[in-house]
Design a protein around this ligand. Structure first.
Ligand code: SF4
Length: 338
């Protein structure tokens, strides 16, 4: 079966502010936010995109929704190639894809009532006005919000949990087929996060949505996604079933990431991999592996050549020169029953 999301060689570089010396030398430095992404996502699949701040997760989501244009590479969502989409085709595409923003307090216009915020996507998509009330009623049921009087409130009159449900409703009112959720609960109180995540999981199942959850939070990704892709400084470094990635992380960065995070129901007798001191800096990525300055097991080839993302027996994908040899010696982490 064809993938619903099909990405090949997708890259995005942003220009950075030039220093005086660079201006004098006529240089135009760029930072590579995303480099050569290759991945497929099946229809109805939920994938977690995991990595620390600045690793390119959000840029990847924005590229997939055509909110920014790639520097190179291709992406296809459903049957639509994103390159060259414009006019009516772009408007149709925008109905089928939606972004769920990180901060519900910023995602809604504070000066307009909730009802108007929900109607806006319908107006912009040219949905006949006669359908608006039914569509809004249905989507409020879906996000489990009761009371049409809420439609007359302004965002500041609602709680964070209610607002995130409205943000979800706004994303779903056009009945999209693909959503990108960017840290969807990170700004909410812990007490309401589980409710929103459960709701999102239920909606995905009932509506058959294809989804990417962008997060730095391993526990969140584990909760919502059966498959996880790990990014580091713009590159995909590991991709596989979430429980496999957690119980047997293969890439040195993933190993360090997993070992650093306490997870419920995962034995803490994990294989720690202390990183070399250093901070990730996308401006300093050279010709080799982006992780080389922090990797404790780097070899000479790592500074000279970028490791390709290779598919291992069983389907896991890892970008490391030590693969597949590094997969052999370590026993799996024990997962206790859910
Ligand atoms: Fe470490 Fe080299 Fe593997 Fe990069 S390619 S993760 S530097 S061993």
């Amino acid at each position: 079966m064809d993938a619903y999301v099909h990405v090949r060689g997708l890259s995005k570089a942003f220009p950075v502010r030039r220093g005086v010396g660079q201006v004098l030398r006529g240089e135009h430095p760029v930072v590579h936010a995303v480099r050569d992404l290759d991945f497929d996502i099946a229809q109805g699949e939920t994938v977690g995109l995991l990595g620390e701040s600045g690793c390119g997760k959000t840029t990847t989501g924005r590229l997939l929704l055509k909110l920014v244009e790639p520097t190179s590479g291709t992406a296809r969502i459903g049957t639509r190639e994103l390159a060259g989409l414009k006019g009516a085709a772009l408007r149709d595409f925008r109905r089928d894809v939606q972004f769920v923003f990180q901060n519900p307090f910023d995602a809604l216009n504070p000066r307009i009532q909730i009802g108007r915020s929900l109607a806006e996507p319908l107006i912009n998509a040219g949905v006949p006005k006669a359908e608006h009330a039914d569509r809004i009623r249905l989507v409020l049921e879906r996000v489990r919000i009761k009371g049409v009087e809420l439609l007359e409130r302004f965002p500041h009159e609602m709680s964070g949990g209610q607002l995130q449900r409205i943000v979800l409703a706004r994303a779903l009112v056009l009945e999209p087929r693909f959503i990108v959720a960017d840290e969807p609960v990170s700004m909410l109180d812990v007490s309401v996060r589980a409710g929103i995540l459960n709701l999102m999981r239920d909606l995905q199942d009932s509506l058959g949505l294809t989804a990417i959850y962008i997060s730095h939070d391993l526990a969140l990704v584990r909760y919502v996604a059966r498959r996880t892709m790990v990014m580091y400084l713009g590159s995909l470094v590991e991709d596989g079933p979430t429980e496999d990635v957690i119980s047997r992380p293969l890439h040195p960065y993933t190993r360090a990431l997993i070992a650093a995070v306490p997870l419920p129901r995962v034995s803490q007798t994990r294989d720690p991999l202390p990183l070399r001191p250093g901070t990730p800096d996308a401006r300093k990525v050279g010709a080799g592996c982006a992780f080389v300055n922090r990797c404790p097991v780097a070899i000479a080839a790592c500074t000279a050549e970028r490791p390709p993302l290779v598919t291992l027996p069983g389907g896991r994908r890892v970008a490391c020169h030590l693969m597949p040899a590094a997969t052999q010696p370590r026993p799996p982490v024990t997962l206790s029953p859910a």
